[in-house]
Write a protein that binds this ligand. Structure first.
Ligand SMILES: [Fe+2]
Length: 408
């Protein structure tokens, strides 16, 4: 997203939120209105505040992105400060809106950066606490966490996010199903942004996101996340960081070779010389639990799971992808398919699941399975990548190492 586009983007978001508010008023019963995120009587300007919480998005060697919300449609200013060059500040300001998105670029890669968001009305000024931002220094090791399916168990989500924060990753990939119902603002506020540990992680660690089935294709997804794309928010994205290609898929898209997404993925993989390639999607192609049920011909019966099985697996094998990382199934599972590793880190708060009675038929490639809260920590250093899966208490569930791939 070009900085020059920010005013247009802000006006667009304000207009869209206004339309959503009008639609809600038109169709919702009066009793439900007080429970929606769209107040009948908007807050007065003197009640101005930031809603929980700013969310850091895509980051690189010289840029970072962040989104935030205010309860009153006001302009917000993003200020980035470099502790190594006191007094030298960078600022961006948008137009009055409820949702705010920023990309701060051309930063000194060697700087020690932090950011503050501020807003004002004639009667009040509010600002977020200064929050450090770590850029991705070129040539250094890359450490990222994968997790998914946070959903409704807020205490569990808090435990996982606290443990993730303690590992100090460069970024976190959320594999989808952030809440029970992604079209409901109150679900995001209560569940995803509910625990203090989650709010702290989201505001201080870049979060890359893919959509799950529980996001319900809600436009709220685009309000919270800033993925590495030209437009800043679509659900399919890619970015190469220090020799590691990260690719996020919109699992709900048509992934058949006849669709628009397949050629995009094929071009993205074909054009990369990265040492390691990871595909992130909500949907595993094979799984030992409830989403892996087979049809009468012995193949996955669930549509989006079948798409991964039929279309993503072959591309991943063709281009020697390091691993496909999925959520959806509320467990940890590593599967060693012919020519491809699949890792499922899908229980960051959702109710855990066991293997199905006929799991060996569903997923004959399953090597490690754990029905526990979990996340994966990937560490790429030179020509080696290690992955350790942890539970919420920091106990290791699995360990895997890859060498840099042979280029196809
Ligand atoms: Fe799901």
């Amino acid at each position: 997203m070009d900085e020059r586009e920010l005013p247009c983007r802000a006006l667009y978001l304000a207009a869209r939120l206004a339309l959503i508010a009008l639609a809600t008023l038109a169709i919702a019963p009066a009793a439900a209105l007080s429970e929606t995120a769209t107040p009948v009587n908007p807050p007065a300007a003197h009640d101005l505040r930031f809603l929980p919480v700013p969310v850091l998005g895509a980051v690189g060697g010289d840029f970072f992105t962040v989104t935030c919300r205010t309860n009153v449609a006001v302009a917000v200013t993003l200020t980035a400060t470099n502790a190594k060059a006191p007094g030298a500040k960078r600022e961006l300001a948008d137009q009055p809106a409820l949702v705010h998105r920023f990309r701060m670029d051309r930063l000194d890669p060697a700087g020690q950066w932090s950011y503050v968001l501020s807003a004002r009305t004639p009667s009040v000024v509010v600002a977020t606490d200064p929050t450090p931002v770590r850029l991705i220094s070129p040539g250094t090791a890359l450490r990222f966490v994968t997790l998914g399916d946070s959903k409704k168990n807020v205490k569990d989500w808090a435990a996982v996010t606290a443990r993730v924060a303690a590992t100090r990753p460069d970024l976190v990939v959320h594999l989808g199903d952030m809440t029970e119902h992604g079209e409901e603002q109150k679900m995001w506020d209560k569940q995803f942004f509910g625990p203090a540990a989650a709010r702290e992680l989201l505001a201080s660690t870049p979060v890359y996101a893919v959509k799950g089935n529980h996001e319900d294709n809600s436009p709220l997804f685009d309000d919270f996340f800033c993925n590495p794309t030209a437009e800043g928010c679509p659900a399919a994205w890619s970015q190469e960081l220090n020799g590691v290609l990260l690719v996020g898929l919109d699992g709900a898209a048509d992934w058949s070779p006849q669709g628009k997404s397949y050629p995009w993925l094929e071009r993205t993989l074909d054009g990369s010389r990265a040492r390691f390639v990871f595909i992130f999607t909500h949907y595993p192609g094979l799984t030992s639990s409830r989403h892996g049920k087979l049809d009468s011909e012995g193949e996955p019966s669930e549509h989006n799971v079948r798409q991964t099985y039929d279309h993503i697996y072959p591309l991943a094998r063709k281009f020697n992808v390091t691993a496909l990382v999925a959520g959806h199934e509320h467990c940890y599972e590593r599967s060693e398919l012919p020519g491809l590793t699949q890792v499922t880190t899908g229980a960051a708060g959702a109710s855990r699941r066991q293997r199905s009675p006929d799991w060996e038929k569903q997923n004959p490639y399953s090597k490690v399975f754990a029905s526990s809260l979990n996340f994966g920590l990937f560490e790429v250093n030179g020509d080696t990548c290690t992955m350790t899966a942890f539970n919420q208490n920091g106990r290791a569930l699995d360990h895997k190492q890859w060498k840099a791939r042979a280029l196809p």
